[in-house]
Design a protein around this ligand. Structure first.
Ligand code: NAD
Ligand code: GLY
Length: 376
């Protein structure tokens, strides 16, 4: 892909919207957002790190176009996705005396997108919002599809809404300032699309992943477009996750349990947890006789080659591998557990994932015990 701007639709009837993918969109933001604003007034929600790098360009563009703008800056990191910060954000929006014609712009990674989208969905009983994702993870996943949330002490993303944005602007240029570890974590979610139902994309990633992670803009563009196209199709078919949207949770039942172990303190990034979770999901599939060990090895080899984690992490101040029983208990309280059953996305091979609602907890416990032993 060159510098061309590509628009991908998310077909949701009268709530349809476009995902614009290209370079330099933030500096030219007014032109792109103006058609979807009810009035020329926005409040930008962002985090400190993103504000320092990208907020000024966005505000210059809005100012030049006569679009009134204010901003709220939250602390960076997963710990921001919580009730206290949500309350702070809602108060700030109301302090600005917004009205129902004001549009919120979420400028940042998945944390800002999730909490910003949630705030937009409840303040004044709902105002419009626009996603401007600045991490790879947010460009390929969290900015599309309208899931909003905060974490609670009971677990990840347990309070939130389905609330679609009016527009998503994925500026590939913004990824140039992203730390390598964050880029890699987002790459985990890119690989997910190959593992779910696109084996040709996984092949492509095996060849082009290193260039993508070195910042090759053409490779990044191809990966963002392929991922967004896949997500847009799934969301259009199953907005509320009553069916196939759950496939996007490949690796997430394990990942959410691991993230909860860190109390969302940044020790393990979401994308890193998802990478470990996807390896465990393939390992569970092999254990259950559903998938060839060669496919598991191929996934592991690719993650290892690019530098993503593939084994259970050591967490905490006196680092230790989380006990299998603790992880199982956390999985049981994840919202993907239904009727007391553990739901996993399992695989019959690369690109052949499916939803399994009746997984034997004994098999999961054995897998986790074996995985923990390997880390000793
Ligand atoms: P994040 O929002 O915490 O961003 C990661 C870090 O990168 C932050 O420190 C941020 O300040 C910094 N950053 C962001 N953009 C930058 C840039 N361009 N240059 C330099 N630094 C930059 O994390 P994330 O990985 O983007 O998102 C993870 C969150 O997304 C998790 O809470 C996860 O649950 C959520 N998520 C939601 C969905 C959904 O469908 N809503 C899907 C997947 C993940
Ligand atoms: N990231 C999972 C979903 O959007 O459904």
């Amino acid at each position: 892909m060159s510098n061309a701007l590509v628009a991908l639709p998310v077909e949701l009837g009268d709530r349809r919207y476009d995902i614009l993918v290209g370079e330099g969109l933030i500096g030219d933001v007014a032109r792109h957002v103006a058609p979807v604003l009810k009035r020329p007034r926005v409040v930008i929600v962002t985090d400190r790190a993103v504000a320092d790098l990208h907020l000024a360009r966005l505000e210059v563009s809005l100012g030049a176009a006569g679009i009134r703008h204010e901003h709220v800056v939250l602390p960076p990191g997963e710990a921001t996705k919580e009730f206290g910060q949500l309350a702070r954000l809602l108060d700030a929006l109301l302090d600005f005396r917004i009205d129902r014609n004001t549009t919120l712009i979420a400028l940042g990674g998945g944390v800002i997108g999730d909490i910003g989208g949630f705030a937009a969905s409840i303040v004044l009983r709902g105002i419009d919002y626009i996603q401007i994702p600045t991490t790879l993870l947010a460009q390929v996943d969290s900015s599309v599809g309208g899931k909003t949330a905060v974490n609670t002490r009971h677990g990840k993303n347990l309070v939130g809404t389905f609330y679609q944005p009016r527009l998503v602007l994925a500026d590939l240029g913004a990824l140039a300032t992203l730390p390598r570890r964050e880029l890699l974590a987002g790459y985990g979610e890119v690989v997910k699309y190959g593992l779910i139902n696109d084996p040709a994309f996984f092949d492509w990633l095996e060849g082009h992943g290193p260039a993508l992670l070195a910042g090759d803009i053409a490779a990044l563009g191809h990966a963002v477009l392929t991922s967004c196209r896949a997500k847009a199709l799934i969301v259009a078919a199953d907005e509320r996750e009553t069916g196939d949207r759950a496939l996007l949770n490949l690796g997430h039942t394990f990942a959410h349990a691991l993230e909860a172990e860190t109390a969302y303190g940044g020790e393990l990034l979401h994308g890193e947890a998802v990478a470990i979770g996807m390896v465990l999901a393939f390992a569970l599939s092999v254990r259950l006789g559903l998938c060839l060990a060669a496919d598991l090895e191929r996934v592991r080899r690719h993650f290892h080659a690019v530098g993503l984690p593939t084994t259970l992490p050591r967490l905490g101040q006196a680092p230790h591998v989380p006990a299998p029983a603790r992880l199982l208990a956390r999985m049981a309280s994840d919202k993907k557990a239904g009727d007391g059953q553990l739901t996993f996305i399992l695989a019959r091979g690369i690109g052949r994932s499916f939803i399994a609602r009746d997984v034997d907890p004994g098999a999961v416990a054995d897998l986790l015990t074996e995985a923990a032993e390997l880390c000793k």
